[in-house]
Design a protein around this ligand. Sequence first.
Ligand code: SER
Length: 310
Amino acid sequence: MEKHLVIGASGQLGIELVIGLQERYGIDAVVASDIRKGNDELANRSEFTKLDATDAEAVKKVITEGGFTTVYQLVAMLSAKGEADPVRAWDLNMKSLMNVLECAKEGLKVFWPSSIAVFGPEAEKDETPQDVFCDPTTIYGVSKVSGELWCNYYFEKYGVDVRSLRYPGLIGYRSMPGGGTTDYAVDAFYKAIEGVDFECYLKPNESLPMMHMDDAIRATLDLMAAPADQIKHRTSYNLSGCSFSPEELTLEIQKHCPNFNTTYNPDHRQNIAASWPNSLDDTKAREDWGWKPEYGTKELVEAMLNALRN
Ligand code: SER
């Protein structure tokens, strides 16, 4: 029987992934772990184990004693927060990955999220290809490029079945994200629902790749369920949903909330966003394991507003 451990389960992505795994494999097939338990009722139907992902011995103990077949290691400090303490961000992002990869040598399937943050000024901005020179300007991006190479190394050297996706900005309603650059978009939805103006820390025309959380979870589950010989990229797959700028998002939200208004006050996060792609070419993911997004910008906005209103 498959048994899934989610490390970093109380975060923005973790909560949604636990629920997605429950739906696909059953509540008892999933164990959530984090340094603290979240308060999402659905996610909390699965067992919770307290775990510090940077503690190698503790990670090994939980994985070995739990009899897991698959581990999703989601712990990370995101782009904007990472810049405030780069050494701590590197330490957290790398240790949490290495601790799982080491355990996986004994035969575990591993998922680890990468990001659009692997790309830097050198990469084409539009339809950024799968394989380009990566020169990230944030420590988060540096840790993601390094992590991708470590994943590939463990696959080549030890045969570890490790799989990864370069997520765009993830837009979900179950929990607030924290410390990312793309997170402005989630905040905009909350402001629209509250009926207050939104102050954006990016420029109006700063376009970024984005994705509805349902698409992200489906991509993750499909990638992990695909036969191993279909996984041709053991660094990480480009993954594309939709793309929009704050200005475009505002116009789309205004179709549902006519009084919604965005003001602009760009800060250091604008430089991070400017170093990232506008859109990604995810042909390889489509070819290798059948990826196809369901949410364009219009559908994403509708779904987010409906969910928050309910
Ligand atoms: N959403 C992340 C961030 O903005 C990128 O992966 O940091």
